[in-house]
Design a protein around this ligand. Structure first.
Ligand SMILES: N[C@@H](CCC(=O)N[C@@H](CS)C(=O)NCC(=O)O)C(=O)O
Length: 238
C-alpha cells in the first residue's frame, strides 16, 4: 500500500489545531489506514503549493493529491471500499453531506469568530498576522469578536439542539456506531479543546458524554492531542 501523508496546520509548538484536518484524521483512523502527518504553518503557502490551492487538509496517497476534507472523505470511501464505511452507503453519504453543510454554514460561524483570539496565542507572529486578515471579513478586530463569546456560545448551544435531541435516541449521530457525520461535528469541539480553555458545553449536555466517547475512539487518537493549558493572552501581539 502507498504511503499516506496528511498535511495539516501546526502551531508554534506543533499544536495540530486545524478542525477540518481532524475530520480527515478521524476518517483515516476509521478506515484503519496508517498515515503520517506533516504540520504546515498557516502563512506558509509555499509548503502546500503542490496541491494547487491554499488550504489544509491535503491528503497525499502515493502520488495522488486530494484537498478539501469532504473530497478526501469521498476519496477514501471510494478508494478503500473494503475498509469500514465512513458513510454507510449512498443514502448515508448524502445525509453526511447535510451534516457537513450544516456544520460549515451554521455551527462554525456561531462559534469560531469569537474564539479566534485564542488561536493567536498558539501561533508565531507571521501566522498571527495572516490570521488577522479574517478581521477584514468580519469588519471587527479579534478582540472585539471575543467580547461576544458568551452570546456566541449560547447561540452555538441552541444550534446544536436537533443534533442533541438525536443523541437521546442513539449514542452517535450516525447511529449505534460512529462514522463520518460524527467526525464532522466533533472537529468543532476538538478545535475548541485545542485552542482554548473556554468550555462550550454545560455539564449536563448530552454532547459532553458524546464528546468523551469521540475522544476515546481509536485508542484515544483525539485525546492524545493536548488540550489548551494556558488562558489566552490578554494582549496578543499584533
Ligand atoms: N472546505 C475546506 C476548508 C478548509 C479550511 O478552511 N482549512 C483551513 C484550516 S482549518 C485553512 O487551511 N486555512 C488557510 C488559511 O486561512 O490561509 C475543507 O473542508 O477542507
Amino acid at each position: 500500500m502507498a504511503q499516506i501523508t496528511l498535511y495539516e496546520l501546526g502551531g508554534a509548538n506543533g499544536e495540530r489545531y486545524s478542525q477540518f484536518s481532524w475530520r480527515t484524521k478521524m476518517a483515516l483512523a476509521h478506515k484503519g489506514l496508517a498515515f503520517d502527518t506533516l504540520a504546515v504553518r498557516v502563512s506558509d503557502k509555499a509548503a502546500i503549493a503542490f496541491s494547487e490551492q491554499d488550504k489544509v487538509p491535503i491528503l497525499k496517497d502515493g502520488d495522488h493529491v486530494v484537498s478539501d476534507s469532504w473530497k478526501i472523505a469521498e476519496y477514501l470511501e471510494s478508494t478503500y471500499p473494503d475498509r469500514p464505511s465512513l458513510f454507510g452507503g449512498e443514502v448515508g453519504r448524502g445525509l453526511s453531506r447535510v451534516i457537513n453543510t450544516l456544520t460549515d454554514r451554521q455551527l462554525i460561524g456561531k462559534i469560531v469568530p469569537s474564539m479566534m483570539l485564542d488561536v493567536l496565542g498558539l501561533v508565531d507572529e507571521e501566522d498571527a498576522t495572516h490570521l488577522r486578515k479574517l478581521e477584514r471579513l468580519f469588519k471587527k478586530s479579534m478582540e472585539e469578536m471575543a467580547t461576544q463569546r458568551e452570546t456566541s456560545i449560547a447561540d452555538f448551544r441552541r444550534a446544536l439542539d436537533p443534533l442533541r435531541a438525536t443523541l437521546r435516541w442513539q449514542p452517535f449521530l450516525s447511529g449505534a456506531a460512529p462514522a463520518y457525520a460524527d467526525y464532522i461535528v466533533f472537529s468543532v469541539f476538538q478545535w475548541a479543546r485545542i485552542i482554548s480553555q473556554t468550555e462550550l458545553l454545560e455539564p449536563a449536555d448530552a454532547f459532553v458524554a458524546w464528546r468523551e466517547r469521540m475522544l476515546d475512539l481509536f485508542g484515544g487518537l483525539a485525546r492524545q492531542e493536548p488540550a489548551r493549558k494556558e488562558p489566552a493572552p490578554k494582549e496578543p501581539s499584533r
